[in-house]
Design a protein around this ligand. Structure first.
Ligand code: DX5
Length: 242
């Protein structure tokens, strides 16, 4: 089993509320909101206010993916904005463990993202043990519509092996280049979620794109069911009845 998170980076921002509602109604499992500060990546996107507005549009889990420098200065505002899972880049964090602690102290799930160029041993065992989720970037951060790097499957297998003892419930997310018809090999390698941007928002039929993706990632496989329930079962203190 794996879930589908929609990235809104390539949605039509001129009608973003409709784009969120439509993809929610089309059966997506959650949203991944890319926060870019123009420093860690060469463009800017959304802020905490956007996240809280999006929070008021949907009841599915929201992950915030911080592609920012000095994430320690930003995590709290996104925790308050209604994110369920806050993910920051290991390359940008001087003291990742204290950032993880500050997210957990807010009762939320903490995740780390790693660039495709960054060796996996940049993640210490202490960090790997303490996170809820790991986002493995399959493309260069900043833009949608790229092809996934050929090393991604091997990196999933490697991190699963490492996490087996120290964090068996680690929730592995693949971000970038995921399409309805190519994501099954990443799930078979051990991914629990795929973030899809252009594969959904550039599709002529959102429902079809999401249904095809779900069909391609076997819904009945038990082991990762437990890992996924962790995300889906976040206490909904950030969510109000819609
Ligand atoms: C890139 C973002 C991705 C991107 C995915 O920095 O983190 O989420 O939007 O878009 P696709 O699915 O088109 O590669």
């Amino acid at each position: 089993m794996a879930i589908v998170l929609a990235s809104i980076l390539d949605a039509d921002w001129s009608k973003l509320a409709d784009e969120i509602r439509d993809v929610d109604r089309a059966g997506v499992d959650g949203f991944s909101i890319d926060i870019m500060d123009g420093k860690f990546v060469p463009r800017t996107t959304f802020g905490p206010k956007d996240v809280s507005d999006i929070r008021n549009l949907t009841n599915v889990p929201i992950e915030v993916h911080l592609m920012v420098s000095n994430p320690e200065n930003h995590v709290e505002s996104y925790c308050d904005a209604g994110a369920d899972q806050v993910v920051f880049h290991i390359e940008a964090a001087n003291d990742p463990l204290s950032i993880i602690d500050s997210i957990h102290a807010r009762g939320l799930r903490a995740g780390i993202a790693i660039l495709k160029e960054t060796p996996l041993d940049k993640l210490s065992d202490d960090v790997l043990k303490s996170i809820d989720a790991l986002t493995i970037m399959a493309v260069t951060v900043g833009f949608g519509g790229q092809k996934p790097s050929s090393e991604t499957v091997q990196r999933i297998i490697e991190i699963r092996e490492r996490a087996k003892e120290i964090n068996p419930n680690l929730f592995v997310v693949i971000d970038g280049g995921m399409k309805p018809d190519n994501c099954s090999e990443f799930v078979q390698a051990g991914a629990d979620a795929v973030v899809i941007g252009t594969g959904i928002y550039h599709a002529s039929n959102y429902e079809e794109a999401i249904k095809t993706t779900h069909q391609n990632i076997d819904p009945n496989e038990p082991v990762s069911k437990k890992r996924i329930e962790g995300l889906l079962a976040i206490p909904s203190k950030n969510r109000s009845e819609k």
